[in-house]
Design a protein around this ligand. Structure first.
Ligand code: SF4
Length: 320
């Protein structure tokens, strides 16, 4: 059984207009998404800004209320939980945010930030045990336990992301949704954080849903990769299949933008025309057709379904 199974998840935000704030349309941020994450598995989720990745990650851990669909965590449907039942399950899934500074309370010391989750879930008894656990967590993410008395502004970006990871680890989660955790960091620091996440996964058996727009990073850390466009999954496969044999024209364009080290490589950059269309009124047929370099007449009217085009490799394209 998968650790996490998401079935036909939708997150539609109402758009209100006029003096009576009537709902006149919906932003389809996430539309009929189905995915799974196994125990201690890393699944990468990629796509351009505004494609719905972050909303999907937040809906999975119920920071955003889903409109429809199911989120099964260890077989239990999280969408049916409310109040204390949901709070008690929150221990098992955490989130690491893109902006490590914005997500840490600047008025709290690092020790207080990490201990907050321990106190909410009553995981330690008394001040000495709390202090000891905070020290253990700081050591686990490569920081000095003496840093517990300092404030977030005293740390570098990479160190702040380590604090965010220590806070997530405090409740011993089984799944962490990592929302662009390295995109705000320098390249050398990115590698250190990725290595840290991999080490922690090995030691603690944590699964990650790793959201990013940088395919090179996603290939490095993920076993499987999901590609999202306008709120829908358009391709899923193992990381190798996505990077080296992408089937969907959108994925092919994303891959073509990844810098290549080998000067002899013949990879040609595919530049997509226009911007991502509005999710309020997505294009008919295949939502990618206005930007697709190989679109045909039927792409304007027929919606391509996500289908298995080779073993374990799924794509939503008539031509795949
Ligand atoms: Fe392009 Fe048509 Fe495939 Fe959509 S279905 S990605 S428009 S070829």
């Amino acid at each position: 059984m998968s650790l996490l199974e998401v079935k036909n998840l939708k997150v539609h935000f109402p758009v209100k207009q006029g003096v009576f704030s009537r709902v006149h349309a919906h932003v389809k941020a996430v539309d009929e998404v189905t995915l799974s994450v196994g125990v201690a598995e890393t699944v990468g989720l990629v796509g351009e800004s505004g494609c719905g990745k972050t909303t999907l990650g937040r809906a999975i851990i119920r920071l955003v209320e889903p409109t429809a669909g199911r989120v099964l965590f260890e077989g239990e449907d999280l969408t049916q939980l409310r109040g204390s039942a949901l709070r008690s399950r929150r221990r098992k899934f955490q989130m690491v945010f893109q902006d490590p500074y914005g997500s840490l309370n600047p008025r709290m010391t690092v020790g207080q930030i990490i201990a907050e989750a321990l106190d909410i879930h009553r995981l330690v008894d008394g001040a000495p045990a709390r202090q000891q656990r905070v020290a253990e967590l700081l050591r686990a993410v490569g920081l000095d336990p003496g840093h517990a008395q300092r404030y977030p502004h005293e740390f570098s970006g990479g160190q702040r992301q380590r604090i965010g990871i220590a806070r997530a680890l405090a409740v011993e989660p089984r799944l962490i949704v990592c929302d662009e955790p390295v995109s705000a960091l320098d390249v050398s620091v990115q590698a250190q954080i990725i290595n840290l996440l991999q080490d922690l996964q090995e030691q603690r058996g944590i699964a990650y849903l790793f959201i990013a727009h940088d395919l090179a990073v996603v290939e490095h850390i993920s076993r499987r990769v999901l590609v999202m466009y306008l709120g829908k999954l358009v391709e899923t496969a193992d990381a190798r299949g996505i990077i080296h044999a992408p089937k969907h024209p959108y994925t092919q364009a994303l891959i073509s933008a990844v810098p290549v080290v080998d000067p002899a490589s013949k990879r040609r950059r595919i530049v997509l025309p226009g911007d991502v269309p509005s999710p309020i009124d997505p294009p008919s047929g295949c939502p990618f057709h206005p930007r697709c370099p190989v679109a045909e007449a039927r792409c304007r009217v027929e919606v391509p379904l996500l289908r298995e085009v080779s073993p374990g490799h799924w794509a939503a394209c008539h031509l795949a």
